[in-house]
Ligand binder design. Structure first.
Ligand SMILES: O=C(O)CCC(=O)C(=O)O
Ligand SMILES: [Fe+2]
Length: 220
């Protein structure tokens, strides 16, 4: 697998934005994939997201903790089968906090009580337009974990959907964290590279798990 001439190194892509290649080892990737397959099952399973303009997102999605739909959160799948959103597991929150501690430092990790996961499934033609993750009240860093096919992840700036941006290849097991001055940066997935998933993982396509802190009062 690691047959590249130049090994991929951890990189700071922008202030507060870090890419760590191969952060999840093979065993952890398999575990996360197994969990994603469970979460994708109905009720409150994988669904096609419709946007208010009448379009559909090409990546299909399932949420944990809080259900995201354009452009708000709810405790039930309001734009789908109406079922209660699946719970956000504690171990996933711990994984997120560890990701932040190792990239941005322990101070940033302390406040990061993750309670939302969005799991996106991309087949070969799926992509995601440039957007900001701006429906949360908390400014805690977003943690992104990738499984399966490699994609081009475009990480931009907080002002516009356009340049300047940096294109990063996210492969199976990679971690990307964006917080601090980059928390509201535009980002997207212009391309998935079909057939690039490691054969041992047994996944056709790409999965991305993003962890977020809602900052919502518990009673909502
Ligand atoms: O698939 C990715 O890498 C990004 C997903 C994303 O930006 C999101 O779910 O908001
Ligand atoms: Fe996003």
């Amino acid at each position: 697998m690691d047959t590249e001439l130049f090994p991929r190194e951890p990189a700071q892509v922008a202030p507060g934005a870090a890419h760590v290649p191969g952060w999840l080892d093979g065993a952890r990737q398999r575990e996360l994939l197994t969990a994603c397959r469970d979460w994708a099952r109905p009720p409150a399973g994988l669904r096609t997201v419709r946007t208010p303009g009448g379009g559909t997102m090409t990546a299909r999605q399932v949420c944990l903790g809080w259900h995201w739909y354009p452009y708000a959160y709810a405790r039930t799948v309001r734009d789908g089968d109406g079922a209660p959103v699946k719970p956000f597991p504690g171990w996933l929150g711990e994984l997120g906090r560890r990701a932040v501690a190792e990239t941005l430092g322990p101070e940033q990790a302390r406040a990061a009580a993750y309670d939302i996961a969005l799991i996106n499934f991309y087949d070969g033609d799926a992509r995601m337009g440039m957007h900001r993750d701006a429906d949360e009240l908390s400014g805690a860093p977003v943690v992104s974990l990738s499984l399966g096919d490699t994609c081009v992840f475009r990480f931009g700036n907080t002002e516009t959907r356009t340049r300047p941006y940096t294109d990063v290849e996210l492969r199976s097991g990679d971690l990307f964290v964006f917080g601090g001055p980059s928390r509201l940066a535009y980002h997207g997935v212009p391309r998935v590279l079909p057939g690039t998933a490691p054969a041992w993982l047994g996944l056709t396509g790409r999965l991305n798990v993003t962890l977020r802190v809602s900052g919502f009062p518990d009673a909502t």
